[in-house]
Design a protein around this ligand. Structure first.
Ligand SMILES: CCCCCCCCCC/C=C\CCCCCCCCCC(=O)SCCNC(=O)CCNC(=O)[C@H](O)C(C)(C)COP(=O)(O)OP(=O)(O)OC[C@H]1O[C@@H](n2cnc3c(N)ncnc32)[C@H](O)[C@@H]1OP(=O)(O)O
Ligand SMILES: Cc1cc2nc3c(=O)[nH]c(=O)nc-3n(C[C@H](O)[C@H](O)[C@H](O)COP(=O)(O)OP(=O)(O)OC[C@H]3O[C@@H](n4cnc5c(N)ncnc54)[C@H](O)[C@@H]3O)c2cc1C
Length: 627
């Protein structure tokens, strides 16, 4: 029945203060207030309706996304929302769109790689959305290998301009979000050529379309790259293709914080690491880790609530069947994902601090923590997105057949989320970067340069020094093992930061105790998952392994009465969840049944095509012997 909380009995079992946990999840009382207020604002505004996406054609879907983006901007301006509130509004609108790249990459690239003068010129236009930008780095032929990009930017001293050109088909820019149909400007990454000499890949601000009639400018060929994985999903984003035919831009449109070209055609490299050109990617990778905890928590919220609603088998003397959340197999699949959602939340908080710290150091020309920041953002982006993509799929399976319905919210969540394992750096390529960082640390063991921060533990691996010669077999040869070592390194960081979080003051009855249970589940689940490595290296004995498994089972029993309250703490509205299986009141079956009849296919009792195709089939005379 509407208005009845079918999960009230579950909520009454909670052993901790849910409202206090909501603050922990949000990060602070202020952050909770903003999130709560904005999520309800979006949920209550029919202008942000999203339950019809899977029934729209690509063109209708895209036009609807443009409408929503414009409506969101009008809401932000009319309500004078702060930058924080505006970002939350875009988050709860919950639809990949060109604005993600405008705000998430185009603006950060200018802030990170532009000079003061360039920031003063371009940022006000971008903040007021008087220009719409995209981040055009990847090409048809190269994405991972940035130094392999082929687009050229040749300096012409006669006119004090750069000539941007796509010399080959494979140099076509390919994938940039917002590029296909909307962006008026791009940060285009190209090989800098001055006086016939190459100076590596740099960023250039290039106008693509007229601000009068949106038509592509002279020398610009631009369009959308076509449908992507899943219906709806990421097809709200116009990932584009772009070719330059000798497009001329003023010299001052090369982002010149890292490298400069003077009007005399002299190339100058600032005394900063050239990798600062990659700074925007580092920034986005750390935001993607926070995104992972959002996406995973969303899937876990749906699967946990539905697991408490769903009953299957186990009826005693005609009594109710067993809630599937009470099956140990369901708990062993679901609760490690619940623990991971909280673990990723806290590692995302720490990574945000690490990024802010390295950014502050860079402003003082202190580059000492840049390698660690690169390794952490690359490795944790890889780890959390792989686990989240796999976790969303596991949550779909945890919901049985109904998890495969669009109305469960899980298929679309999966389809939108999985490219996170690829964009902003293929996950394996990024783990290889972490492996390179770890091997460089090993090579420095014994020198005066002592490992600190997230690699401080490596001082305890002195024995690696003796086998240093072993790694002469070559990085490539050992890359599979090195990638596994990189994953283990990142998992250690996640566990360590979860433990550090628990050493903080955490208010609320029973809140810290619940987080300790989740931290232990996360750590012991990893030990169980990688038991072979721990046993084969002698880190644990078989008895330790058995104890860990016993403790894991006990921890699942401790989480069980608190599971619904732990997902309520995410404070997601039904609108944001977009899931009948995960609705707050647990009134699933009537909503599933009602939703079915709203499908366009049920607009007519007899389907289109019956008279043309089915009736002749049913009425045909069988002229041959029975088949
Ligand atoms: C309906 C339901 C909705 C559900 C919603 C849920 C949530 C969904 C998610 C949100 C959805 C939509 C919103 C979208 C938001 C996100 C959008 C993102 C879009 C993606 C954008 C992109 O993809 S941009 C392009 C990204 N491309 C890459 O990442 C390329 C990867 N490659 C590289 O980074 C580099 O090529 C390389 C690092 C792999 C190699 O570089 P290079 O060859 O130059 O270097 P070397 O390997 O030789 O190393 C040399 C030394 O440099 C150091 N190094 C390398 N990189 C860096 C760095 N970045 N910073 C610092 N140092 C660096 C390296 O360590 C070496 O050092 P030494 O060993 O000391 O020499
Ligand atoms: C939805 C989406 C949105 C995107 N948005 C943007 C955007 O806005 N702007 C932008 O510039 N780009 C964007 N991209 C492009 C994205 O950044 C690249 O696709 C990504 O960096 C991966 O590069 P690639 O496609 O070249 O993969 P590849 O490198 O070709 O990967 C193919 C395979 O090769 C393997 N591989 C590659 N190199 C090595 C190596 N050295 N050792 C071992 N294995 C290796 C990889 O692990 C992978 O298994 C987007 C992509 C997607 C899917």
């Amino acid at each position: 029945m509407e208005g009845v909380d079918h999960l009230a009995h579950e909520r009454n079992k909670s052993e901790f203060d849910v409202d206090a946990m909501k603050i922990v999840w949000a990060g602070s009382p202020h952050a909770f207030d903003v999130s709560d207020r904005i999520s309800k604002l979006v949920a209550s505004d029919p202008g942000f309706r999203k339950d019809n996406r899977s029934t729209l054609s690509r063109k209708e879907l895209f036009k609807n996304t443009l409408r929503k983006a414009a409506y969101a901007w009008k809401t932000i301006v009319d309500l004078r929302l702060s930058e924080e509130e505006a970002a939350k509004l875009r988050f709860y609108v919950d639809e990949p769109a060109f604005t993600d790249l405008h705000w998430g990459m185009f603006i950060p690239a200018i802030k990170g790689q532009g000079t003061e003068e360039q920031q003063q010129k371009w940022l006000p236009l971008a903040y007021k959305m008087q220009i719409i930008g995209c981040y055009a780095q990847t090409e048809l032929g190269h994405g991972s290998n940035v130094q392999g990009l082929e687009t050229t930017a040749t300096f012409d001293p006669q006119t004090d301009e750069f000539i941007i050109h796509s010399p080959t088909l494979t140099s076509s820019k390919w994938w940039p979000g917002g590029l296909g149909k909307v962006a008026t400007h791009a940060i285009a990454y190209a090989r800098l050529i001055v006086g016939g000499r190459e100076h590596g890949v740099n960023g250039f601000i290039v106008q693509l379309r007229s601000l009068e009639d949106h038509s592509p400018l002279l020398g610009i060929t631009v369009g959308d790259i076509g449908m992507k994985f899943g219906n709806g999903a990421y097809n709200t984003m116009d990932n584009g293709v772009l070719r330059f035919d000798h497009v001329r831009i003023p010299r001052n449109q090369m982002l010149m914080r890292v490298s400069q070209v003077t009007c005399e055609g002299k190339y100058k490299q600032s005394d900063v690491p050239r990798q600062l050109v990659y700074g925007t990617m580092v920034y986005v990778r750390q935001t993607i880790v926070a995104d992972a905890s959002c996406a995973l928590s969303r899937a876990v919220c749906i699967a946990t609530r539905y697991s408490a609603v769903r009953r299957q088998f186990g009826s005693q003397n005609g009594g109710p069947e067993t809630q599937v959340i009470d099956y140990k197999t369901q708990q062993s699949r679901l609760f490690p994902l619940l623990a991971s959602a909280y673990a990723f939340r806290f590692i995302g908080e720490w990574l945000k601090w690490l990024y802010a710290d390295v950014t502050q150091r860079l402003q003082a020309n202190d580059f000492s923590t840049l390698p660690e920041a690169h390794a952490c953002t690359a490795g944790l982006k890889s780890l959390t997105t792989t686990a989240t993509a796999d976790g969303i799929e596991e949550c779909r399976k945890l919901c049985g057949g109904h998890g495969y319905l669009c109305s469960s919210g899980l298929p679309e969540l999966f389809a939108v989320y999985v490219p996170a394992c690829t964009y902003e750096g293929d996950n394996t390529v990024l783990l290889l970067q972490v492996a390179r960082f770890l091997m460089k640390t090993v090579s420095q063991l014994g020198s005066s340069k002592k490992p600190v921060g997230t690699i401080a533990y490596m001082t305890r691996v002195e024995h690696l020094m003796q086998c240093r010669c072993g790694v002469q077999r070559g990085f490539a040869e050992l890359s599979v093992d090195l990638v596994e070592a990189a994953v283990a390194h990142c998992q250690l960081i996640v566990v360590s930061k979860f433990i550090e979080k628990l050493q903080q003051e955490i208010p609320g009855k029973g809140v810290k105790q619940q987080l300790e249970v989740l931290c232990n589940i996360y750590a012991l689940f990893l030990l169980h998952k990688h038991q072979g490595d721990f046993l084969s290296t002698g880190c644990i004995t078989p008895k330790h392994a058995a104890l860990a498994n016993d403790e894991l089972r006990s921890l699942y029993s401790q989480v069980r009465p608190n599971a619904i309250a732990l997902v309520d703490a995410f404070n997601y509205t039904d609108h944001y969840l977009g899931s009948i299986l995960g609705c707050y009141d647990g009134n699933v079956y009537p909503k599933l049944y009602e939703a079915a009849w709203k499908d366009p296919l049920n607009e007519s009792v007899v389907p289109d095509g019956y008279h043309q195709y089915i009736r002749p089939l049913l009425k045909q005379e069988i002229r041959t012997a029975r088949l």
